[in-house]
Ligand binder design. Structure first.
Ligand SMILES: Cc1cc2nc3c(=O)[nH]c(=O)nc-3n(C[C@H](O)[C@H](O)[C@H](O)COP(=O)(O)OP(=O)(O)OC[C@H]3O[C@@H](n4cnc5c(N)ncnc54)[C@H](O)[C@@H]3O)c2cc1C
Length: 511
């Protein structure tokens, strides 16, 4: 057959239409969703308003330093490995994940410390050193956290929760385990030492919750750390982002940057595409939003398309706190500072009440200090250290003018670091940048500049959280921190995993 005949032959064959999925946003939830949809037969387009992928996990590069903007503590690495496996590849070929030991050091205001690790014997020795007498209570707490993990993560983490019956089914077990209590209350029922209570119960802060009000279900986060460890991606968390982007591209998917969606198009109650801010429309068979859940409903969908998530209901959701983040580099190293340090200020409960109550900016703070060069010196020029330090702060409901407050706040944090763990910091500083709640609002279109979406209190979890399958619009799905199960890398990766349960396989749409 001549070449001409062959092309005629090809043209005569019926072309099978490949359903198109549009994913709005390239945070970890959006990237994971894109991979899962690609594996389920969809042609995938990811639309990202920023010029790089990763969302809160984007990367700032300046003056020879590499700063991961957001997540640094990688737990449940198998959730990432699963995405590579879906594409028939081995994650280890693209990303070098290293376990971090100890997980983190907690430094209390009185100068005492505890190193938290996944080694039971060492951890018990640390508990006995810090809080003699609390050892047996600690062991009982671990068992309780483990039970919560089995229900909250293993049983419920990837259940869609879009029927009230799902909630009713699990409620008795959650009540039996004390899910109606706060994390701090649950920990305190086993532990007497106030410092150890903090050390075992601060984890909700990692995902936008106040330990004094967050549901005790979240003690599962500490169990999750013990089960699978705390890891760091060599080269930075950005390597996980670029690895996932590579998977999408190999699947034939496309990521468009500088592409802001300003409308999800709805026809007869069904999502049928999106419109970009520039006016371009992109048809789709399904739409997955990784944008802020509040913005997805209030900004991207017309009010007429929403019966459940009305403007009023969205407005009444309690948003999490925000963060003040200072990225900086020094022209010397601090080898005695571990990879992750938590530095507690003089107040804990009252400070958190002010932050979550969105009151004025307190003069004191508690900090998380990240020194990635402890594990990967290539993130800074030779002989230098890269850091970021973050302070939980109120979201934009608070009467704080960050355009004025940011620099004095940064200076106060620098002085505290210099006084405690980074002597000589002022003289060693060679590069610096800050992120305030205003940036969370401007860059990620986050409601109230919240860092973690709706606050994880019981009344905003599972069935009460915006569902992964929209209740208002057919063919619209939500992934990311604002939907079930919630913020943090395991949470947003699980939200994408739920798509496998609620999104039809592409073949079902062409039959
Ligand atoms: C400073 C910081 C530190 C953290 N540390 C940790 C940690 O150590 N470990 C951990 O597990 N978790 C951590 N977290 C939480 C974790 O990073 C987040 O919960 C998670 O990355 C959020 O992912 P996401 O899928 O919700 O998407 P996001 O990261 O929120 O990304 C959403 C994307 O959608 C884009 N977008 C929004 N609207 C539109 C639109 N209309 N059109 C197009 N694009 C749009 C945004 O630009 C953004 O890129 C941290 C968070 C922060 C902020």
């Amino acid at each position: 057959m001549s070449g001409h005949d062959a092309s005629l032959h090809r043209a005569a064959r019926p072309v099978r239409r490949q359903p198109h999925a549009v994913v709005i946003g390239s945070g970890f939830g959006g990237l994971a969703a894109a991979i899962r949809l690609g594996a389920r037969g969809y042609r995938v387009t990811v639309l990202e308003r920023l010029e790089q992928s990763g969302g809160r996990a984007r990367v700032h590069r300046q003056d020879g330093f590499t700063f991961d903007a957001g997540p640094t503590i990688v737990t449940a690495p198998h959730l990432f490995a699963e995405l590579w496996a879906l594409c028939g590849r081995d994650m280890a070929a693209d990303v070098d994940l290293r376990p971090i030991d100890p997980f983190y050091r907690i430094r209390f205001h009185d100068g005492s410390t505890i190193d938290c690790s996944g080694d039971p014997a060492r951890m018990r020795a640390e508990v006995d050193r810090l809080a003699p007498g609390d050892g047996p209570g600690y062991e009982r707490f671990l068992a309780h956290a483990e039970a919560m993990f089995r229900v909250g993560f293993e049983k419920l983490g990837d259940v869609p929760f879009d029927r009230a019956a799902d909630m009713a089914r699990v409620l008795p077990e959650l009540v039996r385990l004390g899910g109606w209590r706060s994390v701090h209350a649950l920990v305190s029922s086993y532990i007497k030492d106030e410092r150890l209570r903090i050390a075992l119960g601060f984890h909700p802060l990692f995902i936008g919750g106040n330990p004094f009000t967050a549901t005790a279900v979240l003690v599962l986060v500490s169990a999750l750390e013990r089960r699978w460890g705390v890891h760091f991606a060599m080269g930075g968390t950005g390597r996980l982002v670029s690895g996932l982007v590579g998977l999408i591209e190999r699947q034939g998917g496309r990521i468009r940057h500088g592409a802001e969606v300003d409308r999800i198009l709805v026809e007869n109650g069904r999502a049928c595409g999106v419109r970009l801010a520039g006016g371009e429309t992109i048809p789709a068979d399904i739409v997955v939003s990784n944008a802020d859940a509040a913005a997805t409903y209030r900004q991207l969908l017309p009010a007429a398309a929403r019966r459940r998530w009305t403007d009023r209901k969205v407005g009444r959701m309690r948003q999490s706190m925000s963060l003040f983040v200072w990225y900086f580099g020094t022209d010397r190293t601090y080898p005695e500072v571990p990879h992750h340090t938590i530095l507690l200020g003089p107040r804990y409960r009252d400070l958190l009440a002010e932050i979550f109550g969105a009151r004025a900016l307190p003069a004191d703070f508690s900090l998380y200090l990240h020194r990635p060069t402890a594990t990967d010196p290539s993130l800074a020029p030779p002989g230098c250290d890269a850091f970021y330090v973050l302070a939980p702060v109120a979201n934009l409901d608070a009467p704080i003018d960050w355009t004025r407050a940011a620099e004095p706040y940064r200076q106060a944090i620098a002085a505290e670091l210099e006084r405690t763990v980074l002597p000589g910091l002022g003289a060693a500083l060679v590069t610096s940048r800050v992120t305030t709640p205003l940036d969370f609002a401007a860059d990620f279109l986050a409601e109230k500049g919240a860092a973690f979406g709706p606050e994880p209190v019981l009344t905003q979890c599972a069935w009460f959280r915006p569902h992964n399958r929209s209740e208002d619009v057919d063919g619209l799905y939500l992934v990311g921190a604002g939907t079930h199960p919630g913020a943090g890398l395991p949470g947003v990766l699980s939200s994408a995993r739920i798509l496998d349960r609620v999104v039809p396989h592409a073949d079902a749409l062409v039959r």
